[in-house]
Design a protein around this ligand. Structure first.
Ligand code: PLP
Length: 383
């Protein structure tokens, strides 16, 4: 059965013998020209017209009220948490089932993650698991949501749109609104994904994106924050540019700022890549459909978007019978020249977060044992 799948993957990518990568970026002549042109202008660093133009492109694309481009998705998360008032001693709710950057950004502020379970259908933070934990452990006070046993404040919540699938974000926003908790959506993997036509990352107070080399579009390294409040976007831009007070020649700074601004060189490539987003989504959705046919005759389940949501299908995933079967399949893929990978180790299993609070994480453990990510590159349409 593994052989049938491996041969099927080779057929999907029209690659009879060579290595099939998990996810390769692709660039065309337009991308090359964008980079060459911006180098010629000499505006390759933190000032230049492509940064602002990219931010405007993103506002149009996502429907957010404001966008601020930054150096990577991790710094976007860090800045969003700072803007939400996170500081030493606070608690921040997130998933154990996510890339480590989500929890690390929380730790950078001095806050600590609390790991709550995911929904089986979306692989994203579960509103009901979160509500259960809050009702059991916390109390709503004048100053916000207080964890009773530790006396600490639950300052924010960072749900993550896993593999481009859109989580039940309305459910999360509702719970957080009731408890007075800020919502920061980690939409690093979900550029172009929507629910009821609205872009992932625009439901919470702030949404974050990544343009790392493995994401649906890339400029080498990059990130962005999406805002519903234009004033907060202005504040973000100020703090990510060393909090420099605008002045023709004086160097004064009015707050602790960060050098998180995306260079114009990356922004120029990113604008060119953004023009390919729809193509990449179409290619990936087509690939997903063909994976559906491939797995239809197997005991394994391809992960599908939830009703009402539209996924960019950034990375396809399949759920196998148990951990032993998963490991055997990963080995068969490695032997067959196909890059597949298991899901991330859960947050509380990492040494930095071994003492973090969690709710048992039953679904997260079940999925972590069984899930495999499949090659999902957006190859250009055959010419
Ligand atoms: C890629 C990713 C990030 C971090 O993005 P970088 O640009 O690599 O810093 C954060 N969260 C998730 C879920 C990611 O997949």
């Amino acid at each position: 059965m593994f052989d049938k799948v491996i041969n099927g993957v080779r057929a999907l990518f029209d690659e009879p013998v060579g290595l099939i990568p998990l996810h390769a970026p692709w660039f065309d002549e337009e991308d090359e020209r964008a980079v060459a042109d911006v180098v010629r202008t000499t505006f390759v660093s933190s000032v230049g017209p492509d940064i602002t133009a990219f931010e405007e492109d993103m506002v149009l694309r996502t429907g957010a009220a404001g966008c601020v481009a930054v150096v990577n998705g991790t710094s976007a998360l860090h800045m969003s948490l700072l803007l939400s008032g996170c500081r030493s001693g606070d608690l921040v709710i997130t998933q154990a089932f996510t890339f480590i950057a989500t929890a690390n950004a929380i730790a950078y502020t001095g806050a600590e993650p609390v790991f709550i379970d995911i929904d089986r259908a979306t692989l994203g933070l579960s509103p009901s698991a979160m509500r259960n934990w809050l009702e059991r452990e916390c109390r709503r006070t004048e100053g916000g949501c207080r964890h009773i046993a530790s006396g600490r404040t639950i300052r924010a919540c960072v749900p993550m749109h896993t593999f481009g699938l859109v989580l039940d974000i309305k459910g999360i926003v509702e719970v957080c609104h009731h408890w007075g908790i800020a919502v920061i959506e980690d939409a690093a993997e979900a550029l172009g994904s929507t629910t009821e036509g609205r872009h992932a990352g625009t439901f919470g107070h702030i949404g974050t994106l990544s343009f790392n080399g493995n994401k649906i579009i890339t400029c080498g390294g990059g990130g962005a924050m999406l805002f519903n409040d234009p004033e907060l976007a202005k504040r973000a831009k100020h703090l990510t540019t060393q909090a420099k007070v605008p002045h023709p020649w004086a160097f004064a700074h009015d707050a602790l700022g960060y050098n998180y601004r995306l260079p114009n060189l990356n922004a120029a490539l990113l604008r060119s890549q953004l023009r390919k987003l729809d193509h990449n989504i179409a290619t990936k959705r087509d690939l997903h459909g063909r994976y559906g046919q491939l797995f239809a005759g197997t005991p394994w389940q391809l992960v599908e978007e939830a009703p009402g949501t539209h996924s960019n299908y950034w990375l396809n995933a399949v759920i196998m019978g148990d951990r032993a079967e998963r490991d055997a399949f990963l080995q068969a893929c490695a032997d067959g020249g196909i890059q597949a990978r298991p899901a991330w180790e859960l947050g509380h299993e990492q040494p930095m977060y071994a003492h973090a609070m969690h709710d048992g994480l039953e679904v997260s453990r079940h999925i972590q044992d069984r899930l495999v990510n499949l090659p999902s590159s957006a190859k250009p349409a055959r010419r």
